[in-house]
Structure formats: structure tokens, C-alpha cells
Design a protein around this ligand. Structure first.
Ligand code: DAH
Length: 336
């Protein structure tokens, strides 16, 4: 066994010499000092050695073990010292990078919510041009030239009969011209009106138009869809109220109110102490509009609605000035 110990020492020394990096050093360590390594083997044999030889052999083995340990550590330090420390230097005093993450404009966020609700109810999304022909903004929607309701939808004229659309109802016509029923679509977009800017008026704002046409669509379908929408948008407790109204493109027409989300219908400053807030216009598509796009009013019925995105966003977040949406003031935008 003495010979074996000497051989082990010699082979260790030459292997150590050949070690080129920390990895090969580690495999040498495992080979000699590991749990199933050479030294462990010697210890096993020691137990079986002659009784009188044991102390000397034991001493010899311990010496070798210590020697191996020390040599490995020394080599390890050598490798460490050889590393290119300069290239590994980290300046921990350097200031960190901070990337401010962007966020959605509140109108975009609310528009996404509106879209999601209607998509979940089977509606598709469509868009139409903001620069429009007069025909789509008026005549096709049953608003003849001399009709007084033209005033309500007055807009910016560009040239001749080209204008900026004053409502998204124009897109209803564009869709029905292209496609036969069934139609179930919402149409979000910007609209323009020559209003003086104040806390509740802007010359540009956003609407979402809705249209559903098929055989046998009834007013109760409109009520069902809008009730569902207002509950999802403003909370389960929200109630709706349909008030008779007038729009040239629907018959009958209604204005739809929700129970005031601030006071729950008790009456407060926001709802002018009425308990109700108006959020959109709606109705059954006027047969005259169907005729304009070549649908048979005897065959098809449908409902339509239009809502203002700014108004809904203001109600949802308690914003009291529409101008805040368009001023790009980061202190406002950061809150959403
Ligand atoms: N276009 C109307 C407006 O801008 C809103 C509206 C009312 C749209 C009734 C509709 C509707 O589709 O049926 O005030």
C-alpha cells in the first residue's frame, strides 16, 4: 500500500501540472478528493490493513490528502490571479438606466374597452374616412339640404361637397353599400364640429357608432345590447333609461341615459340633480336610410346607436374638462 500511495502522489503531481484551467482542476479534485475518489478508496483499504501498520499508513494518507488539498488551492489561486481583472471591472457607482414606460391615452384605453365589450357580443369593427362626401354625412342619412337638423350636424367644409364628417353615422352607409345583411358592426373614429372650445366642447372628438341589421331585429334587441354594454362599462348596478328623441336616420329614436355613476341616481351636481346621465343616441334604422343603400325595408330591420368617447371617459373617471384630453399635459396623462 505504501507503493500505491507514492504512485498516487506522483500521478497527482503530473496531472496537476497538466491542468490548464479551473475546469480541469476541478476534475482532478474530484478524482482524488471526491466522495468516490482515490483518497476515499485508500481510507477503505486502510480499514483492512494490518493492525500495526495502520498508524503509519494513516499518517501517510493524511499527509497526502493535505498535500493534494493545498496544491489544488494554490493552483486555483494561480488561475484566479491570471484572469483579466480589468475587463471584468464593474463601476458600481454608475447611475442606473431608467426607462419610463409609456401608457395609453385615456381615450384610447376607454375605446379599447368599448371595442372589447362589443367584440364579445359578436360585433365586428369597421372604419370609414374622416374626409367625407356631403352625401354620406347628410342625404344618405335622411338629412335633406333644407332640413333644420342639418344644423346639429354642421361641420367644416373643405371644398365643394367635401367635408370633415360630423358624426360616425356616415360609416353605416359605407358599410351597407358594400355588404348585404346580416350586419353587426361598431365603427369608432374621429368627428369634427365647428364648436367654440370650452370645458364641454371640442371641434374634434371621438364617437363609436353601432349598427345591427338582419331579418327580425327589434327594439328589444337594441335595449338588450345597450343594457349589457352599460353594465359592463360602468358596473353591474348601472341602470338605463330610454327617452323618446329625434334623429333623421332612426325611427323611432331614443336618447339613452344611465343612472348617475357618481350618486347612484340620488341626484348630485354631476347629473344636475336628475339622477341620470345621457350617454348616447340610438334608434331603429329609418326605412328611408335602407332605401338609400338599396336594402328592402320590408325584408330587413335594424338598430343603430352612436356614443361620444370623450363623454364616456369623462363620466368614468370624473374628468370635468374635455380640453384636458388634447393638451398633452403629462401630469394629466400620467394618471391613467
Ligand atoms: N349621429 C348622432 C350624433 O352624432 C348619434 C346617433 C344617434 C347615432 C342615433 C346613431 C343613432 O346611430 O341611431 O349625435
Amino acid at each position: 500500500m505504501e507503493n500505491e500511495i507514492t504512485n498516487a502522489r506522483n500521478s497527482f503531481m503530473s496531472e496537476l501540472q497538466g491542468a490548464k484551467d479551473a475546469e480541469s482542476l476541478e476534475s482532478i479534485r474530484v478524482k482524488y478528493l471526491g466522495r468516490k475518489g482515490m483518497m476515499a478508496g485508500f481510507m477503505g483499504k486502510l480499514a483492512l490493513a494490518d493492525k500495526e501498520k495502520k498508524p503509519a499508513l494513516g499518517k501517510e494518507l493524511n499527509k497526502l490528502k493535505l498535500y493534494i488539498q493545498e496544491e489544488i488551492n494554490r493552483k486555483k489561486d494561480e488561475f484566479l490571479a491570471d484572469r483579466d481583472l480589468e475587463s471584468e471591472k464593474t463601476d458600481i457607482t454608475m447611475p442606473g438606466f431608467f426607462r419610463e414606460s409609456g401608457r395609453l391615452h385615456p381615450l384610447t384605453g376607454v375605446l379599447n374597452e368599448i371595442n372589447d365589450i362589443f367584440i364579445s357580443l359578436g360585433f365586428q369593427i369597421a372604419e370609414g374616412p374622416e374626409i367625407e362626401k356631403e352625401f354620406y354625412n347628410f342625404e344618405a342619412l335622411n338629412i335633406p339640404l333644407e332640413h333644420p337638423s342639418r344644423d346639429a350636424f354642421d361641420t367644416f367644409y373643405i371644398k365643394g361637397n367635401t367635408l370633415l364628417r360630423s358624426h360616425t353615422s356616415t360609416v353605416q352607409i359605407r358599410i351597407m353599400e358594400k355588404k348585404k345583411p346580416p350586419i353587426q358592426v361598431i365603427m369608432p373614429g374621429r368627428v369634427y364640429r365647428p364648436d367654440a372650445v370650452d370645458a364641454s366642447h371640442s371641434f374634434m372628438f371621438h364617437q363609436v357608432e353601432g349598427l345591427m341589421v338582419d331579418k327580425g331585429i327589434r327594439f328589444t334587441d337594441l335595449k338588450g345590447i345597450l343594457n349589457l354594454f352599460t353594465k359592463r362599462m360602468f358596473g353591474e348596478k348601472t341602470m338605463t333609461r330610454f327617452r323618446p328623441s329625434f334623429f333623421p336616420f332612426t325611427e323611432p329614436s331614443a336618447e339613452v341615459d344611465i343612472s348617475c355613476i357618481i350618486c347612484n341616481g340620488k341626484g348630485c351636481r354631476v347629473c344636475s340633480h336628475s339622477g341620470w346621465l345621457e350617454i348616447l343616441g340610438a334608434g331603429m334604422v329609418n326605412p328611408r336610410v335602407f332605401e338609400m343603400v338599396g336594402y328592402s325595408p320590408r325584408k330587413f330591420t335594424g338598430f343603430a346607436f352612436g356614443m361620444g368617447v370623450e363623454r364616456i371617459t369623462m363620466l368614468k373617471y370624473g374628468i370635468d374638462d374635455i380640453r384636458l384630453f388634447f393638451e398633452n399635459d403629462i401630469r394629466f396623462l400620467k394618471q391613467f
